[in-house]
Design a protein around this ligand. Sequence first.
Ligand code: SF4
Length: 223
Amino acid sequence: MKEQSKKYYYNLQLEEVERIKASGKRPALLMHTCCAVCACYPIGYLAEVFDLTLFYYNDNIYPESEYEKRYQELRRYVDIYNNNSGNDVKLIKCPYNGKEYMQKMLPYKDSPEGGERCTVCFDLRMDKGMQYAEENHYDYFTTVMTVSRQKDSKKLNQIGEQLQKKYPGVKYFYSDFKKNGGLEKGAELVKQYDIYRQNYCGCVYSYNEMLQRAKADYKQASE
Ligand code: SF4
C-alpha cells in the first residue's frame, strides 16, 4: 500500500465535502462514535452536509458502567445539539459485549497504547460499523476517532481504506477532524457544556495504565 501523509487524508476530507455541497444532495453518513468529548465538534461539522447517524459500538470500554456513562453523556450532548441546531442527528447504541472483545484482544495484552493492540481495536470497531452501514444502505461511513491527538489518524484512514474494499456498498469518508482548529473547537464545546472527560482511553489495559500513572503521581507527591 502506498504510504500517504496525514495531510493527504485531510485533503480528501475537504474534497469530498466540496463535492457533496456542489451536488446539492444530503447523503446518509454513519459515524462510529466513542464518546461525547471526541464527537462534539465533528457532529456539528458533519451535520451541515450529511444526514448524520452516530454508531455507539465500543466493546473495548471497561467496565460496563463506564460504557453506559459515556453513552449517556453522548446522548445528552446529541439532544443539546439537536435542540440548538434544529438538526436531527440520530444515535444508535449497540449492545455491550466486553467479554468477546477481551477474548479477541488477549494476544495483544502486552502491546503498549498506540501499538498493535490499538490497531486491532480500531479495526474491530470500524469493521462492525462499516458492516452495519452497508447492510443498512448508508452512503458513507467514518469514525470520529481521527479527532483525537492520542490516536493515529493515518492508521485509522488506512483501516477505512481497506474496509472499503471489504464493504464496497458504502464509501469510507476520510477524515482528520482535529485539523483546522477542530481540536480547539471540541475543547471549547467540552467546556461550554461541561462534558464528562474520561481519564483513560477505554480498555482494561488502558484502565490499568491509568491506575499505574495515578499511583506513581501519588508516590511522587508524597515523597
Ligand atoms: S488504548 Fe484505546 S484504542 Fe488502544 S486498545 Fe485500548 S481502548 Fe482500544
